[in-house]
Design a protein around this ligand. Structure first.
Ligand code: HEC
Length: 202
């Protein structure tokens, strides 16, 4: 399970320095040693997201076919967290989060919230949501942690359960599992949420 209260302790100044270092590195100067490591970690993160997404999508599509959207909410409610937890291995913490949440267990921390706000701004400015990702090495509780997020855009199939005209029978099942649900009202192309991964370094 993701910890929504996960401590995020990093001053803006240190963050700015790390970001500047990473950027300088990518232009051949400064923090060059960090770069191959960053590339390697990014590659691992993208690989995990691919398999994770495939499994989630397969489960969802199967449930939709078999039981329709209302029944699929039950399946999703029963399995999403369990599937997610299985990807927490070899140091990686893996999850999904959003600015407008369905499951409060998926709540973002400060870093995740800021990254998603940046994604949403870029989408509003015309960026392709499928290409939005963010990688950074931050310091948490005195330790270096690699963090990675990838935007999850709203697709057409998502509207059954996240759109602005969700059927009443589907809404009823959503409210049963998630009385505080905020995750409806989305349109195709909008930011639905993001994959979020982290791994402590050394
Ligand atoms: C059958 C209904 C259904 C469909 C269709 C559906 N979702 Fe969801 N979605 C859910 C449920 C239920 C949860 C809560 C899962 C949990 O407990 O973590 C959820 C959670 C999420 C979350 C995690 C953040 C949060 O708010 O808790 C994201 C991101 C998300 N959905 C994206 C999508 C996208 C993108 C699509 C389309 C590809 C989609 N969903 C289609 C029911 C659905």
């Amino acid at each position: 399970m993701r910890q929504s209260t996960r401590k995020f302790m990093l001053s803006a100044a240190v963050l700015a320095l790390l970001t500047a270092g990473a950027q300088a590195g990518s232009h051949g100067g400064g923090n060059a040693a960090a770069n191959p490591e960053m590339a390697q970690l990014k590659g691992e993160a993208v690989g995990i997201i691919k398999t994770f997404f495939k499994e989630l999508k397969g489960t969802l599509v199967g449930a939709m076919k078999e039981k329709g959207p209302a029944g699929a909410v039950d399946v999703c409610a029963a399995k999403a967290q369990e599937i997610t937890a299985r990807y927490n291995k070899e140091g990686w913490e893996v999850g999904r989060t959003a600015l407008k949440l369905r499951n409060p267990k998926n709540a973002p921390d400060a870093w995740e919230k800021a990254v998603m706000e940046e994604f949403a701004k870029k989408i509003a400015e015309g960026a392709d949501p499928k290409k939005l990702a963010k990688a950074e090495i931050v310091e948490q509780d005195g330790k270096k942690v690699f963090r990675f997020m990838k935007a999850i855009p709203t697709g057409k199939a998502c509207l059954n359960c996240h759109g602005d005209k969700v059927n009443d029978d589907v809404l009823a099942v959503i409210r049963k599992h998630y009385p505080q649900d905020q995750a409806t009202g989305f349109k195709v192309g909008q930011l639905r949420g993001a994959f979020t991964l982290s791994k402590p370094l050394n």
